[in-house]
Design a protein around this ligand. Sequence first.
Ligand code: AMP
Length: 218
Amino acid sequence: MKNIILLAPPVAGKGTQSKLLVEKYGLAHISTGDLLRDSLKEETDISQKIKDSMNSGRLVDDEIMIELIKERLSKPDCMDGCILDGYPRTLKQAISLDQLFASLNRKIDYVFYLDVDKEILRKRVLGRLTCPNCKSIYNDQIENMNSSNPGICDKCNHTLIKRQDDTEEVFSVRYNTYINEVEPIIVYYKEHKVFYDIKSFGSAEDVFSKIEEILSFN
Ligand code: AMP
C-alpha cells in the first residue's frame, strides 16, 4: 500500500501525474479541487463561501478542508492506498492529516514535490482545458497537449471546459498563496523523511519516470 502526496504549484501537472499513478498502481485519486468543485453542485450554507475563495484564488478554510478529506479517506477505495492531489496546502492541514492517518493505522509514504518554473506555469494556465466527465486534461496552447478534435475529449467525447479560476489574475493570487504556504510544508515533510524533490521540466512521461524510479527503489 502506498499513500502519496503530490505537492506542487497550480498547473504543475499534479492531475496528469495522478492519472499516470492511478493507471500504473491502481491507487485512489483524491483531488481536493475536484471534490470542492463537485460539492458546489449542491447549494449548501458553505458553498457560497467555498465558491468565493476558489474564484478569487484564495484557499478554502482549513476546517472545511480537514472535514472534506476525513470523509473522503474513509471511503473503501482508499484502503489500498491513495494519491493526494492538492492536499495538504497548509501546515495545519499537513499536521492534521498525519493525525488522521495515524488514527487509521496508516502513514504518508511519499511526498513528491513537483518543482516547476513560474513562467512555464503562467503559460500553461491560460491554455488548460479539462474534461468534466473523465477529468482528462488538455492544453490548447502547448504542442502535443491539445485534443485531436478541438474542444472535445479524446477519451469520452465530452465537451471540454475552461476552469473559471484559470485567468492571469487568479493565477497570480494562487501562485503567491502557494509560495507563502508551501515552505513550512516542505520543511515538515523533510523532517519526516518522506520528501522527494522532482525537477519537473520535460514531458509528463519524463516526470513520471522519475517518480516511478523512486517508487521502485523503496
Ligand atoms: P486545484 O484544482 O487543486 O488547483 O484547486 C482549486 C482551488 O480549490 C484552489 O485554488 C483553492 O481555492 C481550493 N483548494 C483546493 N485544495 C485545497 C486545499 N487543500 N486547501 C484549501 N483550498 C483548496
